[in-house]
Design a protein around this ligand. Sequence first.
Ligand SMILES: [Cu+2]
Length: 123
Amino acid sequence: MKLKTQLFTAVIATMLSTSALAHPKLTSSIPADGTTVASPKNIEIHFSEDLLAKFSGAKLTMTEMPGMAMQMNMAVKVSPGSDEKTMLLTPTTPLSAGKYRVDWRAVSSDTHPMTGHFMFEVK
Ligand SMILES: [Cu+2]
């Protein structure tokens, strides 16, 4: 009985550590979270795992223009970046001054979607 319990615990621990390793986490972005930047041509999001591009993506929302709160979806092209851990967002029109939120969804080989968001400001 005791051996069975230990074995079971070991199996669970292995499963947990395997899935934790496989889950893509945001490691950095350009612009970085909370920063103020000149209007960026691209938004680069770096993850800890290779992404399945087909199931991964992001949307860009303008949340404030100077003096006015808003929720405006911005058209972006999402493409793989320089490597499979990177997602590239290219706004179809230049981003004007204001605050923006990026909501990302990242899926890697274990197919569990991870989501998150970060914000930046364009001066
Ligand atoms: Cu998973």
